[in-house]
Design a binder for this molecule. Structure first.
Ligand SMILES: [Zn+2]
Length: 316
């Protein structure tokens, strides 16, 4: 791991993650505001720390903060939340507190500590030493938070946050971390949709389909959001497929896989997709990462894809 990390002082660019699972209910939570992590408000016109503006790094949700100079920074200076002064101080503090509280737990699922993450993601990422948040009116009303590589966007109205806030934030932070680890300068994600969602489901501790139900869905066919059937339970199967790999290989191997994809993206020569739609960088990384099946036999990406149900069938 140390070797692969040393090779990976790489930079990173933007993307949007769409189609995330959202399980918001009508019940809202309002933790005591005394609970918020302390920090201070700043104006980027004074500090020079403006919200990232390059178009590649923004999604429709995070674009909203492009012209906002007000931000709240936690005392650790790891977390900065930008937004309009029209939003309540509480909304800034709540978003910053969620990011600050969840990031270490999420990183630990990737077998990383904060300094490892700062080192392994790119120095060219906007603010590589920060997790950037944005209070955004463009977060779809069906979601309350959505992650991109550059920033995590929040519904700006704290009163509308759902009861499951912490789980949803963990899920989105998992996307934020995995994208920051797996890309160098690709303008789109290199991860198959099932892998990205499956890992986020597992990291956030969301429900996973029982292994004996594996025949109910073909998660590995969902290479992009467009491939996915509109069944809500598909996320449990993305989680099942991802967890199979993680169980056989360990969480650290999954992080190495992500970092290898970043290295291949940086190296170049692995552009485009294979015939089944997955990025060449991801497939090459998968096949180079010495992954094994549950019987400890070498597992190529092609075998995992073609023999998925046989493998799951014999794994329980
Ligand atoms: Zn998601």
């Amino acid at each position: 791991m140390a070797n692969s990390k040393a090779m990976l002082i790489l930079s990173v660019f933007a993307m949007a993650l769409t189609g995330c699972k959202v399980t918001a209910t009508d019940s809202y939570h309002h933790p005591d505001s005394d609970d918020f992590i302390s920090g201070l408000f700043f104006d980027a016109r004074d500090t020079g720390r403006h919200f990232p503006t390059s178009s590649w790094s923004l999604t429709s949700a995070t674009e909203a903060c492009r012209n906002e100079s007000l931000y709240f920074e936690t005392d650790s200076s790891r977390v900065r939340v930008y937004g309009s002064p029209a939003y309540s101080e509480t909304s800034f503090r709540a978003a910053a507190s969620e990011l600050e509280r969840r990031i270490d737990g999420v990183l630990s699922r990737f077998q990383l500590r904060w300094p490892d993450f700062v080192e392994d993601r790119s120095a060219a990422a906007p603010y590589p030493r920060q997790v950037i948040g944005c209070l955004s009116p463009n977060v779809p009303s069906s979601e309350f938070v959505s992650a991109s590589m550059t920033a995590v966007a929040f519904n700006p109205y704290y009163g509308q946050w759902p009861y499951e806030t912490s789980q949803i934030v963990s899920h989105e932070l998992a996307h934020f971390v995995q994208e920051n680890l797996s890309r160098y300068d690709s303008s789109y994600t290199l991860l198959p949709y099932w892998f990205a969602e499956g890992q986020a489901v597992v990291v956030a501790g969301e429900p996973i389909a029982p292994a004996y139900q594996h025949f109910d869905y073909d998660p590995l066919r969902d290479v992009t959001t467009d491939d996915a059937a509109r069944t809500p339970y598909r996320f449990e199967h993305y989680g099942l497929a991802y967890r199979y790999l993680e169980k056989a290989n360990g969480a650290l191997a999954m992080t190495v896989l992500l970092e290898m994809a970043q290295l291949l993206d940086w190296d170049g020569g692995f552009y485009g997709e294979i015939s089944t739609g997955e990025s060449r960088a991801f497939v090459e990384a998968f096949n180079s990462a010495s992954l094994v099946d549950h019987r400890n036999n070498y597992l190529s990406f092609q075998r995992f894809r073609s023999d998925y149900h046989d493998l799951l069938n014999s794994s329980y």
